[in-house]
Design a protein around this ligand. Structure first.
Ligand code: CAA
Length: 381
């Protein structure tokens, strides 16, 4: 077993780390306060190939794969989780399923635009009444004159305000059991009847938009369905196996930012005539944060490595997300505690890390859902 990164992975990590340090970190507080990302970042990320990490070279991507994506995402999220989730969703929840399940026409139409960052991708599964129970979704499509007509309202769409292409899951067979009557549609933003609804005002991750999608008689040809009609739910689940690795990597990045801030403050802050890092109570916190983060990073990378080998990674991705997201929240909590009252103000970015970490236990399958996925896999093994 070799834990070392390859030369290519080392290069991509260093590139992402430099970009995160120079370009993202100085903007992260502004993203949080403005409620949007600086548009100047999008072409910069295109220049670095960050929009096409899961796209084959023939379509303009870098095809570096899921492990490289996880490595990049840790670096981006260390600096700015709002930017990190945008890159994660685009690569894992739009490009990856399009590569895996798309027709030649769908791939040649969209992948070059996605890989270059000309079009940003978003994924839309959830609705007001279907979150954890994703298969109970109600937005629907009916055939009319050879076209599908979509109606309904989707919710919790990450990057809704910026995306140009949406992977939207709707019910195409109302008679079939829940998971057997859903199809995945590729919906361009400018399709008549398709609009973006309200943007959520969130506790954290404020620089990343989270919106409603409104479908009002959106007419689409059959050729916009990804994969087979009524077989969209397994695509949604397979896609989330990849997405959960991305959120695991995001969690490790946020957690590492918490550890770095804690180490710095522990060396600088003096109480009782010495730096607080001299106290064992603080040392134990740092040791536990570091150990848990290392374990989470290894699990994230193992799941990504399996996915790159096209081996099943459903349980491993859920385990990685479960451990990494709970670790991110543990680190954020301890980091704020080490900073004391100062950490509770917006003079330090620690309070943003605390708010940003929270979502990692909720989206792309809440912590309890990861436990269901893991337990089901154990019980059927
Ligand atoms: N890969 C491929 N197929 C899979 C699969 C996987 N990992 N998991 C399940 N399937 C297939 C099953 O084989 C089954 O197929 P058949 O119909 O052929 O038998 C079908 O999908 C239904 O599977 P289940 O019976 O297991 O489905 P379920 O209704 O019991 O749901 C669940 C299982 C795990 C709870 C699922 O609903 C789930 O993951 N819920 C959480 C939803 C979620 O993560 N939402 C995230 C929204 S996106 C987001 O958050 C993005 C963002 O903002 C950043």
């Amino acid at each position: 077993m070799d834990f070392a990164l390859t030369e290519e992975q080392t290069l991509v990590r260093d590139m992402a780390r430099e970009f995160a340090t120079k370009e993202l970190l100085p903007r992260a507080t502004r993203h949080d306060r403005d409620g949007k990302l600086d548009a100047a970042l999008f072409p910069m990320m295109a220049e670095l190939g960050l929009w096409g990490l899961t796209v084959p070279e023939e379509y303009g991507g870098t095809a570096l794969g899921n492990l490289a994506l996880a490595i990049v995402l840790e670096e981006l999220n260390w600096a700015c989780a709002a930017t990190g989730v945008t890159v994660s969703v685009h690569n894992s929840l739009m490009c990856a399923p399009l590569v895996k399940f798309g027709s030649d026409e769908q791939k040649s139409t969209w992948l070059p635009k996605l890989a270059s960052g000309e079009v940003i991708g978003a994924y839309s599964l959830s609705e007001a009444s279907s979150g954890s129970d994703a298969a109970s979704l109600r937005a629907s499509a009916e055939l009319d004159g050879g076209e599908w007509v979509l109606n309904g309202t989707k919710l919790w769409v990450t990057t809704g305000n910026e995306a140009g292409l949406f992977l939207v899951y709707v019910r195409t067979d109302s008679e079939a059991p829940n998971a057997r009557g859903i199809s995945a549609f590729l919906v361009p933003r400018d399709t008549p009847g398709f609009s973006i609804g309200k943007s959520e005002k969130k506790t954290g991750l404020r620089g990343s938009s989270t919106t409603e999608l409104i479908l009002e008689n959106v007419r689409l040809p059959e050729s916009t369905i990804l994969g087979e009609v009524n077989r969209g739910f397994p695509i949604a689940m397979d896609t989330l196996d990849g997405g959960r690795i991305g959120i695991g990597a995001q969690s490790v990045g946020i957690g590492r930012a918490c550890l770095d801030a804690s180490i710095k403050y522990s060396n600088e802050r003096e109480q009782f005539q010495r730096p607080i890092g001299h106290f064992q109570a603080i040392q134990w916190k740092l040791a536990d944060m570091s150990s848990r983060l290392d374990a989470a990073r290894l699990m994230v990378r193992r799941a990504a490595w399996l996915r790159d080998r096209r081996e099943p990674c459903n349980r491993e991705a859920a385990q990685a997300k479960l451990l990494a997201s709970t670790t991110a929240n543990y680190c954020a909590d301890e980091c704020l505690q080490i900073h004391g009252g100062a950490g509770y103000t917006d003079d330090f970015h620690v309070e943003r890390l605390f708010r940003d970490a929270r979502i990692t236990e909720i989206y792309e399958g809440a912590t309890d859902i990861q436990r269901i996925v893991i337990a089901r896999s154990l019980l059927k093994a």
